[in-house]
Design a protein around this ligand. Sequence first.
Ligand SMILES: [Zn+2]
Length: 480
Amino acid sequence: MMRFEPVIGLEVHAQLLTRSKLFCACSAAFGAPPNAHTCPVCMAFPGVLPVTNRQAVEFAIRAGLAAGSTIAPSSRWARKNYFYPDLPKAYQISMYEAPICIGGALQFSADGVEKRVRLVRIHLEEDAGKSIHDAQADASLVDLNRAGVPLLEIVSEPDLRSAADAVAYLRALRSILQYLEVCDGNMEEGSFRCDANVSIRPAGSDALGTRAEIKNMNSFRSVENAIDHEIARQIEVVSGGGRVEQETRLWDADRQVTRPMRSKELAHDYRYFPDPDLPPLVVDAAWVEKVRRELPELPAARRRRFETELGLSAYDAEVLTARRDVADYYEAALARHRNPKALGNWVMESILRIVREQKLDAELCIARWPVAPGDLADLVAAIDDGTISGKIAKTVFDEMVTSGKPPRAIIAARGLVQVTDSGAIASAVDRVLAAHPDKVSEYRGGKDKLFGFFVGQVMKATEGKANPKQVNELLKERLG
Ligand SMILES: [Zn+2]
């Protein structure tokens, strides 16, 4: 049987975090009542003129520089013509022959292996509106709030070879856009969406097979399942002597299959031509340099720094740098108490759990997180200086989350200071042993497992406050 190699390229549409739309002053915010964010320009009244949003252009430059693209000194807006009810102009303003960012690459790690995917281009375009099909009213409704919202389209070369790598690429890309503060990366609200071009070829061949474009994937899981399904489908078609059609297919998440939507349009179907209402987009070198100077440290660089300077494992560094807000939080805590490993564990296990539970993921703002980074640092410092045990720290942490109080205040108010007085611990040990003479003789008779029972009893007797190390030592000594 012939072996096949999948070839995958991705087109990502990222909604930019500008306040207004790409060519008018309407708000670009999500979630307003239908058609609240509209004006004659984005509703395409005759005679109106578009004006380019400078912030959107700067965001595109930022993304291009982060990916190592060439920023074109002059690019061109083009009209992409097609008819659809949610597109009142009957064309979309995009970039075709002369995009703003050319080339570049994305470097990321997938399962510990460093990967590099080349980019074809990054360009700006406006989004279309939204059609809502209301079965009850037997009507189709159009909401133009999204019409004209700025999108960044990031097109990769077909360098990906598996669905898992495609997802790793998307995660890395989303992370970079979030670091750059140009996109919130929210897939559910559609501000980060992806289409996949998938083809197969005989293993070892360099030729490209006919590709299908897969749309309608709105989670990382959908992307992975849809691509895996499409690869299997194409192998089945070709193995059965058939031919893969060039077409657009929709991912049906309920049935877990891709199904045909339409035959793929070719560029000439869109009758692209330069938009006569907009002059060439000229970006001078000084502007590009200014944006370059202001670029933040990107996730890959931060990950390496966490590994080399802080001694974190590759895994921990990856988790702590995947989101800029999490990495910022971690570094703010670290500035107050320098215990990289312990603070890393607290952030990964406790802070991220709460952020997920309280659905704060979408808020790129650590000020609103339940525990301030300085308070988390103080909690870890209290463990490190022996004030409390790690076990008590969990109780203190829970109260920090609910009350918002600093850890030292909670420890003092509830009398949680760790007992390190060996006399007090010894008397608790003696009381426990005296209360369980049968267990003591069983232990001495060889039932080693009972040691944990004694530790538990002493901790209970001291309300969890005894220093666990001292408890262990004393028990060993007494039980001989
Ligand atoms: Zn408008």
